[in-house]
Design a protein around this ligand. Sequence first.
Ligand code: F6P
Length: 364
Amino acid sequence: MKRVLVATGGGDCPGLNAVIRAIVHRASKENDWQVLGSIQAFNGVLWEPMEIVELDNKTVAGIHFQGGTILETTNKGGPFAWPVKNNEGIWSTDDRSDEMIRRLRHMNIDAVINIGGDGSQGISQRLYEKGLNIIGVPKTIDNDLSSTDTTFGFQTAVQIATEAVDKLVTTAASHNRVFVLEVMGRNAGWIALNAAIAGGAEVCLIPEIPYDINKVKNALEKRFKRNRGFAVVVVSEGAYPENGSVVFKENTEIGYENIKLGGVSRQLITELAEAGFKHDMRETILGHLQRGGVPIAYDRVLSSQMGVKAMEMAIDGDFGKMVAYHHPDFVAVDLKDAIASPNLITKDNALISTAKGLGICLGY
Ligand code: F6P
C-alpha cells in the first residue's frame, strides 16, 4: 500500500475541503493508495504524540460545501521555524524539518500534498530540496500566487465582498454618505478591484497603486450636489497613500511572522476629512467574513479539479511541483517558479482599463 499525506496550511480558505475530498476520491480509484491527513498543517507530524488521521470516502462525504478545513490549519511556525521557549521564558525558533522528514519516512509516506498559499508553498519547496516527495496545491483568497491563472477561494471572497458593496450602496444612498469598505488581499488588490467593478463602486484603492488623497476627494465630491449624493469606496487592506505606508496592527502572537494589516479604511476617512471633504463617512471592515462559509460553485469545481490533479501527480511521482490552472487545463509547474514572485496587479491589466472605462477612480 502506498501512502499520501495531506496537509492544509496558512489562512483557511473556501474550497479546502473540496480539495481534500477530491484527493481522497481520486486515490480510492486506485487499489494501492491510502490517504492520511496531518492535523493543523504539519503540526500533526511534529506534535508528541502525532495527530494523523486516516481519510476515506466516508470521512470526506459531503464536505465539499463546508467552509474551513476538516484538517485544521495554522499560519504560525512550521517545520523550519518551530516556536520554542527557553527557561527564561524567551521565545525562539527551531528548524525541525529534518526530523519531520525522518518521521514521514518512518510512517512510510510516499507523497505529501501541501495545500496552501505562498508561505506554505515556500515550505513545500524547501522540503522538496531536502528530498521530500511533495506537491503543492495553490490556496488563497488573495489570488497572489504566480504560475496559475487563479487560486481557489478567491472567487468566493470576491462574491462576499461584492455582496457587501451591494448592501452598503443602499444604506449609503439612504443617508447621503460615503461608505469605505475595507477588504482583504494582503499586498494584492484582486479582491478589491473585482468587487469594485462588480458592485459599481465609485473609488477603488489597491496596494499596487499608491493613492493621491486629493484625487480621491475630487472623485467623491463629484458624487454630491449640495449635500445630496452618496458613494462607495472599496479599499484593499494593503493600500497606502503616495509618500505614506500601510496601516497595520500590533502583533503579539507567538510564531506569527506576517504583518497584521488592517485599519486603512479609518485612515482614509481621516485623510479625506483633513483634505477638506465635508460629507458623512463610515467605514466597514469585512475581515474574516471573506474567508468563512461555503465556497461558491466555481470554487468547488476549481478545488475538485485541483485535488484530482494533485493526486494524479502523486500517482505519477511528479514531485517538486504545484498544481496550476492554465485555462482550460490543469498542469504541474515547478514550485520554485510559483513562489518566485507574487501575482500582483499591473497598470496594464485589463481590469484596470475596465475600471477606468467605468469611471472608477483608482486614486491616481
Ligand atoms: O492571506 C489570506 C489573508 O486572509 C489575507 O487576506 C489577510 O491579510 C490575512 O490572511 C489575515 O490573516 P489572519 O487570519 O492571520 O488574520
